[in-house]
Design a protein around this ligand. Structure first.
Ligand code: ZN
Length: 348
């Protein structure tokens, strides 16, 4: 089968490797499409230290069930059925104990991040059966690759416990910020503003029906006040830098909530009194629970049009090197790039 191997930093090669076989309790998936994540292209350059040469990356995928290992029930996971996989793998012994917060389980492995696991920038991948989720057969299969980033957003939005009538601000209009808009709309919110300096990203986000703001046009708090008719009840920072967190805090009402999901910097300087005397809560968010992933999967099947807005480009495996390089050098498109492993490749 074909696989994209990170042979060296800045170098992805399409090579022939042996197709894996599903062991007991495992499923073989034929990959249709895999999204390029920020963590992938920052790993591609070596800058985040989260990927190593020799690795086959990929954790945002859709495909079809192509083989079942021993003990996997074909009635639950039928051959040929469209599916996605949750890349967060919890050790067997901890599945019950960590139900509902699988991502906190010690020893968890993330397919696409764990260096020794062959992941899904390839024709096939093997994953545990309990990590496989069936997709709505009516939805375009490649859109299933958007479920993983949407699950990140479903989790982050859920941690703020927003009410439908509340005002929300999203800081950052990249793929996670875009997914956050969908995740907030899924919870019934309609008063949503998103701040993003890039005009192409603002255009994409505006198509989702929310107010877009340009942070370079003046203090974000004032822009939010005007756009939403009041300060935000909650803000979600999908960037994670000191200035974006300061903006998120300033644009939020006293007693409001700010969720930090962006990982732009390992250290932040925060306006302390915006948290202490003004009683805002800062909530950390990372990945998702199995339920968040299932919720994202269920939602996307019924909202194909909104989901499709988030895909800017589909390339074949031969186009991956160029796509990764473009993303790593800031020349990427406004939305997601998917790498398609379908036989008939969608032209770029
Ligand atoms: Zn990702």
């Amino acid at each position: 089968m074909r696989a994209l191997v990170l042979t060296d930093f800045h170098q992805l090669d399409l090579v022939e490797v042996e197709r894996p076989d599903p062991g007991p309790g495992e499923v073989l998936l034929r990959i249709s499409a895999t999204g390029i994540c920020g963590s992938d292209f920052h790993g591609f350059t070596g800058e985040n230290g989260r990927r190593v040469p020799g690795q086959i990356m990929g954790h945002e995928s859709s495909g079809t069930i192509a083989g079942l290992g021993e003990g996997v029930d074909p009635a639950t996971l039928p051959l040929g059925a469209p599916a996605t996989f949750n890349p967060v793998v919890v050790p067997d012994a901890l599945v019950e104990e960590y139900r509902g917060r699988e991502h906190h389980a010690p020893g968890k492995q993330v397919i696409g991040v764990a260096q020794h696991l062959q992941a899904s920038f390839a024709d096939y991948v093997v994953v545990p059966a309990r990590n496989v989720l069936l997709l709505d057969p009516a939805m375009p299969l490649h859109l299933g690759a958007l479920i993983e980033p949407l699950a990140v957003a479903v989790h982050a939005a859920g941690l703020a416990h927003p009410l439908p009538e509340e005002r929300a601000l999203v800081v950052g209009g990249g793929p996670i910020g875009q997914s956050l808009v969908l995740a907030l709309q899924r919870l019934g919110l309609s008063e949503i503003a998103l701040s993003e300096p890039d005009p192409q990203r603002r255009e994409l986000v505006a198509a989702l029906g929310v107010t877009v703001l340009d942070p370079s046009e003046g203090p974000l708090a004032e822009q939010v006040l005007e756009a939403l008719g009041g300060p935000a009840d909650l803000a979600i920072d999908a960037v994670g830098l000191s200035p974006t967190m300061a903006d998120a805090l300033a644009a939020t009402r006293l007693g409001g909530r700010v969720v930090l999901v962006g990982m732009g910097s390992p250290r932040l300087e925060l306006p302390a009194f915006a948290i202490s005397t003004e009683e805002r809560t800062v909530i950390g968010s990372f990945t998702y629970s199995a339920q968040d992933f299932a919720d994202a999967t269920a939602w996307i099947g019924g909202h194909v049009e909104q989901a499709a807005t988030l895909v800017s480009r589909v390339v074949g495996p031969a186009g991956a090197q160029e796509a990764f390089t473009a993303l790593a050098t800031g020349r990427g498109p406004a939305g997601k790039i998917l790498v398609s492993f379908d036989e008939e490749e969608v032209p770029a």
